[in-house]
Design a binder for this molecule. Structure first.
Ligand code: GUN
Ligand code: FE
Length: 475
């Protein structure tokens, strides 16, 4: 039987249209058109007794039969929210997840990372590993991710195909490394540029006409400045410009890395200036980490509209430092969250929200006794923003995903706080929630439950995952 063209969700809607603006609609309704995968309308509180077909008719301006609409009533412990967005992850690094955090970045790359990634010269290994990786990322509620592959063209094509088959939205990058890299895991400049171009064509060729849904797209991926020659960086900048592609890389993660990058380009005014000179800095650029940013770095990142992927788990795990996200945000720089597997050990943006909370609290605590103003730590609503609309902005996708607004693609999660084994306590065990519920303050009750979701939930609470209106995962 074919599915009705429309679906209407009825129940609690949670999203964050702006930083600090947690929007809760306890008795909302949201309609989607499955043919376009987009949200067609949202009602904060439709009048009692109005049929879903009448709502859809109002949104579309044409008569709609009951049979054209599937009604999905959310349970008392469920809410609908935008999908989580991972703005920085390394698919091959799942092979050593949770291992090797004894060393700082540059030694960690040499001792563990390059060895594991080099194994992906075997495309069959990629097929097995990447199927698990993508399943795992989707199960954690991630509807869009910016993935790094390895230097290998075939394995990167496998990664892109695997993501497309899973129905997840993604940027996928072939990693480029033509300098200062071990012989067993490096490429010549020409190989790097040619394989990147071939990868871009392969991924774009995989787009069907229906791929107005912007599902899987290539992203230009110099690993970081120390791994790339000047010609490589400039060639990649040219490819990004010619194909209007996004760019991703690492920036100012660790003091030894920054010193190395500057030593590779002795004339450069800052780390950022090296990417900028190569044509790699623009509003479609994602820079991961940005822990140790000079004023010059901040200025260039802001002026170019570059987005920052905050990867707090990795920044703690590799002893890189604590990124001052509030400073970046206050400068008007777009910020989203990244897992950076395996620099970090957790493949979930739920974890990234908690680690971002810890990082911001660490900064406030460290400043308490200093002359600097301590600032305010990130609250649950702000963390949700970074994980959704903030991430969408970093991806250059803020008009398409990130909130539950009409016209956007329906990339969303049904969260079930009462799922079997749920680590989130029920309202009966949370007097503050119960009290609001009893007194009819449903918005306040849901605000507390959303906060519990941020700090306590895991995969067991991600009941359903939708991308472009399609259900791609259900418990
Ligand atoms: N810098 C260059 N490569 C990497 C990587 O794989 N992980 C992290 N965290 N930083 C990097
Ligand atoms: Fe990384």
């Amino acid at each position: 039987m074919t599915q009705p063209a429309h679906a209407v969700f009825r129940g609690c809607l949670v999203d964050t249209p702006a930083l600090g603006a947690l929007r809760i609609r306890p008795r909302g309704a949201l309609g989607i058109d499955r043919r376009t995968g987009r949200i067609i309308g949202v009602a904060a509180e439709p009048a009692a007794g109005v049929a879903a077909a009448a709502l859809v008719g109002g949104w579309t301006g044409s008569h709609v039969d009951d049979s054209d609409v599937e009604v999905i009533d959310l349970g008392a412990d469920q809410f609908l929210m935008p999908g989580l967005i991972d703005t920085h992850t390394h698919a091959p690094q799942y092979t050593f997840l949770g291992l090797g955090h004894d060393l700082p970045l540059m030694d960690w790359l040499e001792k563990y990372t390059f060895k594991h990634e080099s194994q992906f010269r075997d495309a069959e290994l990629a097929r097995t590993v990447y199927a698990d990786v993508v399943r795992r990322v989707v199960r954690a509620g991630c509807t869009m991710a910016a993935y790094y592959g390895t230097i290998h063209l075939d394995a990167c094509c496998v990664l892109a195909e695997t993501i497309r088959a899973a129905g997840q939205r993604a940027y996928v990058g072939k990693v480029c490394m033509d300098a200062n890299s071990p012989a067993y895991y490096s490429e010549s400049t020409d190989e790097s540029l040619q394989a990147t171009e071939a990868f871009v064509h392969a991924v774009l060729a995989g787009h069907s006409a229906a791929d107005a849904s912007l599902l899987v797209r290539p992203i230009i991926t110099p690993r970081f400045v120390p791994s790339c020659s000047d010609r490589c960086l400039r060639g990649l900048g040219e490819l990004a410009r010619a194909h209007e592609l996004p760019v991703q890389s690492h920036l100012c993660e660790n003091p030894a890395e920054i010193a190395f990058a500057k030593a590779c380009f002795p004339g450069a005014a800052s780390y950022s200036a090296i990417y900028h000179a190569a044509g790699l800095f623009g509003p479609r650029t994602i820079m991961a980490h940005c822990v140790h940013m000079s004023d010059d770095d901040i200025r260039l990142v802001r002026e170019c509209g570059v987005g920052v992927s905050h990867c707090p788990n990795s920044n703690f795990s590799l002893s890189s430092g604590v990124a001052d996200v509030r400073r970046l945000i206050d400068h008007g720089i777009p910020v989203g969250l990244g897992t950076d597997v395996g620099g970090g050990y957790a493949p979930s943006i739920l974890d990234a929200m908690r680690m971002a909370a810890a990082a911001s609290r660490a900064i406030v605590a460290a400043r308490r006794d200093s002359a600097q103003p301590a600032g305010t730590p990130l609250d649950a609503g702000e963390l949700l923003f970074l994980a959704t609309q903030g991430g969408a902005r970093v991806m250059g996708m803020q008009d398409h995903i990130g909130t539950l607004d009409p016209g956007k693609l329906f990339d969303a999660l049904v969260v079930d706080l009462a799922a079997p084994g749920s680590p989130v306590p029920p309202p009966s065990a949370t007097p503050a929630v119960l009290e609001h519920q009893r007194d009819g303050r449903h918005e306040q009750a849901w605000a507390l439950r959303a906060e519990q979701f941020v700090f306590l939930a895991d995969d067991r609470n991600i009941a359903r995952v939708y991308v472009g209106g399609k259900l791609i995962h259900a418990l």
